[in-house]
Design a protein around this ligand. Structure first.
Ligand code: ZN
Length: 127
């Protein structure tokens, strides 16, 4: 612990037991160390959409990463652009508007292509 004499600005590092003993006999005050400076928060996030390689799964994933804290996050699904939250650097970000719109278009296109009939109308399968 640190001790400071009453009429001085000088501090002394002493074992806690000795410091407490000196305080008991009235020769000093406890000097608490200052709290650590808060870490500087400088969010530098980057967002992207990546096409998934697994054709059976969700077709696209939204990724976020930060150059400052190196935290990464990903989210996929039909409403990922609305529900994804990226917590880093003491902040919580949502998907940027332009990227969310692009993701919505990609999901809509993939759903439309799955709903289309695979055969041309009028064709018949022969087994
Ligand atoms: Zn960050």
């Amino acid at each position: 612990m640190k001790l400071q004499l009453r009429n001085s600005t000088e501090t002394f590092d002493v074992p806690r037991n000795l410091g407490v003993a000196l305080l008991v006999i009235g020769k000093g005050d406890i000097v608490e160390p200052p709290p650590p400076a808060p870490r500087e928060l400088n969010p530098q996030s980057h967002w992207s959409i990546v096409e998934n390689l697994n054709p059976a799964g969700v077709p696209y994933t939204i990724y976020a990463k930060c150059d400052n804290c190196k935290n990464v996050a990903s989210c996929s699904g039909p409403t990922a652009q609305k529900t994804m939250r990226y917590q880093h650097c003491g902040t919580v970000e949502t998907v940027p508007t332009e990227l969310a719109a692009r993701y919505s278009r990609l999901i809509a296109q993939s759903q439309a292509s799955q709903e289309r009939p695979r055969r041309a109308p009028g064709t018949v399968s022969v087994i």
